[in-house]
Design a binder for this molecule. Structure first.
Ligand code: HEM
Length: 379
């Protein structure tokens, strides 16, 4: 437990952190990778280059400092980040390394004003915050369907629409139960690369009896894994995956589930829509596309059309989803749970429109692609 004085010192540094948070984490990453280059095997190099990861960590440290009196307020963030950490196999022994370099960076940026008192207070506070993550992740590791990254064989590669790829993968070991909405993490080391690259992809279908998972990928012009999966992968290739993870799943007590996806954000929403109607829940799926031709799941959605109410919105002709459209489509006097998946700008826009239309924030769940960027927008 932290004493009152330590908490006060930590809280007194919040204005400074707000101002210099990104600078601190920038220095932190640079020094940490110099001392521990092996950690480049788990950190996404694109996120480092774009600075999104450093902002995400800065925001989380700040949120923790603001909540130092009651760290339980961080729980939803800890769960979401904890699953990402587990998917990348972040372990308790990594936390002191991060702590050492983070406190060192705070000291460098504070310069002459870095008193022993401030450094000691932050060292104690980091220990407390790290323990919250370690404890949550310990429970998550107990539920992990398999440990570490294990090989899967590529069984199918399909390109339904230009710029998108669907890949089927099969293991020779039991994959356990896959929960609709979960993602898996792909780890690859390309010839000529020194370190592994990792990337999370939502599962759009799974067959546990055959140990198969299916993922969909949108082509991007960057990223080792995205390039490999959209351009080079072929049946018979071997790809290593860590166990399915994530907390984006159907709420147990909801009677009406409203699923709202944009583009490739359909990937986790598809199995959730299927599961929702199988559970006998009223299921409404609002599908947003830049253009309707971007629907890569027509084949999979077709059997759901008479069981799920599907509403489509094509932004190129009808504009974005807003509160007015939502009020026309949905009855806000009815209790509903909302599940959003798309890029950060889409997710934030729809979340705000739902609240404007009458939804309660507590009923809105979301999974964001580009999550580190999300952390920089939401806080
Ligand atoms: C209390 C300490 C920590 C905090 C507050 C923290 C916070 C965060 C946050 C906010 C994210 C972004 C989550 C997202 O993508 O949704 C993240 C991701 C990540 N964290 Fe942590 N983290 C901590 C400790 C660690 C440790 C000890 C490691 C391992 C050395 C680690 C490795 C990663 C990696 C690899 C990612 C994925 C982002 C990427 O690949 O660039 N974190 N963490």
């Amino acid at each position: 437990m932290l004493d009152e004085k330590t908490k006060e010192i930590v809280k007194s540094t919040i204005p400074f952190l707000q101002d210099k948070g990104t600078e601190i984490t920038g220095i932190f990453y640079q020094n940490m990778f110099k001392a521990h280059p092996e950690l480049l095997n788990i950190f996404n190099q694109n996120n480092q280059r774009e600075g999104t990861q450093s902002k995400a960590l800065a925001n989380t440290v700040l949120a923790a400092a603001m909540n130092i009196d009651d760290l339980s307020a961080l729980k939803p963030h800890v769960i979401q980040i904890g699953y990402k950490h587990r998917a990348l196999q972040v372990k308790p022994e990594h936390y002191p390394i991060v702590g050492h370099h983070l406190i060192e960076a705070i000291g460098i940026v504070l310069g002459d004003t870095a008193t022993d008192e401030i450094i000691d207070a932050w060292t104690a506070a980091y220990g407390e915050i790290a323990q919250v993550f370690i404890d949550a992740e310990k429970e998550m590791y107990k539920e992990e369907a398999w440990h570490d990254f294990k090989p899967f064989t590529v069984i199918s590669v399909e390109k339904p629409v230009d710029g998108f790829v669907k890949i089927g993968l099969q293991s020779d070991f039991g994959i356990g139960k896959v929960i609709p909405g979960e993602y898996i993490t792909v780890r690859i080391k390309k010839d000529g690369e020194t370190y592994f690259s990792n990337r999370h992809y939502s599962i759009y279908a799974a067959d546990e009896t055959k140990n198969q998972v299916h993922i969909a990928i949108r082509k991007e012009n960057k990223g080792i894994i995205s390039n490999y999966l959209t351009q080079e992968v072929k049946p018979g290739d071997e790809i290593c995956l860590s166990a399915p993870a994530g907390d984006f799943c159907l709420a147990e007590n909801s009677q009406t589930n409203v699923l709202i996806s944009s583009g490739i954000g359909m990937t986790p929403i598809l199995p959730m829509a299927k599961a929702s109607q199988e559970q006998g829940k009223k299921t409404i799926w609002i599908q947003n596309y830049r253009q309707l031709a971007d629907n890569i799941f027509e084949k999979e959605v077709a059997p759901l059309r008479d069981k799920v109410e599907i509403i489509t919105n094509e932004t190129s002709t009808a504009g974005r989803i807003n509160a007015e459209k939502l009020k026309n489509w949905l009855d806000f006097s009815e209790p509903m749970a909302f599940y959003l998946c798309g890029r950060p700008e889409f997710t934030i826009g729809v979340k705000n429109a739902l609240i404007e239309a009458g939804a309660s924030e507590a009923d809105i769940y979301y999974e964001v692609f580009d999550a580190p960027k999300m952390a920089t927008i939401f806080d």
